[in-house]
Design a protein around this ligand. Structure first.
Ligand code: PLP
Length: 444
């Protein structure tokens, strides 16, 4: 019997329209992963590749951790799906309780969604509805920040400030304004940790945005405590504290988008604790299940939850939710992930590795084309001078070359980002930086 004709590789790959990808280039030369374990992928060709980005800033516990795998497997056979719309099942209640234990004091209620983008849009809706319930219905304006990344839904791209994510769509939420970004290479290039200069960037809220719109029209400010997908921008010392003070003074809610920084990236469960700044709402995603099953959410202060529930009478208190909010498989994965973090001390482990990581990031200083190195906790980036007429080309080359030599890092514009799983050991950091260094030395 004749074997069925095999489609050529490019035909076999044709039908999946890949996100954030040059589909033609990928399908011509696929980087295809077959399996993963701990710190490493294995490609379909059998090559090992070190995961230097926790894949998409999410695999904090490392890949295919037995406890998490087993919990998902088991849950699938016990309760595959139940909704959380007016009926429930125990797991998301327990996940929420565990998250409340890790979150800053008084931030003790959790609304579950499935992605960081949904978490952001949910947080923005909570902020708007909260003010209305409090009798401040004029507070409808949302303030984001240039170079902020808050996912890809309409709320997120409106308050976000990555122009490539906005320019093709035209329509945005009305009533949004942006703070300037905090990147200031003239004063702060090659800062180790938080830049000393730049707290005053927060004053723009009080000196420009509030006088322009009036605080009585502003609902919330949303920022990433450390911006990730916008190029890894570390907040200047005192900046987040100052934002908090100004928001407090003017009755504006402060939202921290902790989709990347949540669950140990800076050596504390949340960046809020690391910086000693408590926002009113925290969005999280990624690390809650170490990337295994989609889950995300919004943590809110008790007063916010009480405001909704007390106003509701006998009706629904928040007309919002997703079919898969609090999904059993995601909840089981989250509990096993939180157990793994606790058993292995992963939520504070970045503290022990931070100094070696910082030295690794800054070892690129002085290499050709490197114009900045930035780091905090276990997140960092090196920035290249753009090649004339081809912005982003250098970082893309570094990404491709590193992959070929067995290390996965992420290009963002002219930056290369590093964000390894929290189980990384010194030898993994050496491998990651060592390969990247070899590549950067050869960069034209
Ligand atoms: N917010 C931040 C800070 C992020 O970094 C991301 C994704 O990287 C998102 C939101 C969007 O998350 P998702 O891709 O799960 O929608």
């Amino acid at each position: 019997m004749n074997a069925a004709p095999q489609p050529s590789q490019s035909a076999a790959l044709e039908h999946f329209w890949m996100p954030y990808t040059n589909n033609i280039a990928f399908k011509r030369s696929p980087k295809m992963i077959a399996s993963a374990q701990g710190m490493y992928y294995t490609t379909v060709e059998g090559k090992k590749v070190l995961d230097g980005l926790a894949t998409l800033w999410c695999v904090n516990a490392g890949h295919c951790r037995p406890k998490i795998v087993e919990a998902i497997r088991k849950q699938a056979g016990v309760l595959d799906y139940a909704s959380s719309f007016s009926v429930g099942h125990p797991l998301p209640f327990e996940v929420a309780r565990r998250i409340a234990e890790l979150a800053p004091e008084d931030m003790d209620h959790v609304f579950f969604v499935n992605s960081g983008s949904e978490a952001v849009d949910t947080a923005l809706k909570i902020a708007l509805a909260y003010h209305r319930l409090k009798g401040s219905g004029t507070r409808t304006r949302l303030i984001g920040r240039e170079r902020g990344y808050h996912g890809v839904n309409f709320g997120g791209i409106s308050v976000g400030g990555v122009s490539a994510n906005r320019k093709a769509y035209g329509v945005m939420l009305p009533g949004v304004d942006h703070l300037r970004h905090t990147h200031d290479p003239a004063r702060s290039a090659f800062s180790r940790g938080q830049p000393a200069a730049g707290a005053e960037f927060a004053d723009e809220l009080e000196n420009r945005i509030i006088p322009l719109h009036d605080a009585s029209n502003i609902a919330a400010v949303i920022v990433e405590p450390v911006s990730g997908a916008g190029g890894v921008l570390i907040p200047p010392q005192g900046y987040l504290q100052r934002l908090r003070q100004i928001c407090d003074k003017h009755g504006i809610l402060l939202i921290f988008d902790e989709v990347i920084t949540g669950y140990g990236r800076l050596g504390k469960p949340f960046a809020s604790e690391y910086f000693g700044v408590t926002p009113d709402l925290i969005t999280f995603a990624k690390g809650i299940t170490s990337g295994t099953v989609p889950m995300a959410g919004v943590i809110v202060k008790r007063d916010i939850y009480d405001t909704f529930t007390q106003a509701a009478g006998s009706g629904v208190d928040f007309f919002h939710g997703y079919t898969y909010s609090g999904h059993p498989l995601a909840s089981a994965a989250a509990l096993a992930t939180l157990d793994t973090y606790a058993e292995e001390g992963l939520l504070t482990r970045a503290q022990t590795l931070a100094a070696d990581f910082e030295n690794g990031v800054h070892s690129f200083k002085g290499l050709p084309h490197v114009i900045d190195c930035r780091n905090l906790g276990l997140i960092g980036a090196i920035e290249f001078a753009p090649r004339a007429g081809a912005p982003g080309a250098r970082a893309l080359e570094v990404f491709n070359q590193c992959w070929d030599r067995g290390v996965f890092v992420r290009p963002i514009g002219d930056n290369i980002a590093f964000c390894p799983p929290l189980i990384a050991e010194k030898k993994h950091l050496e491998e990651m930086f060592g390969v990247a260094m070899e590549v950067v030395r050869e960069l034209k």
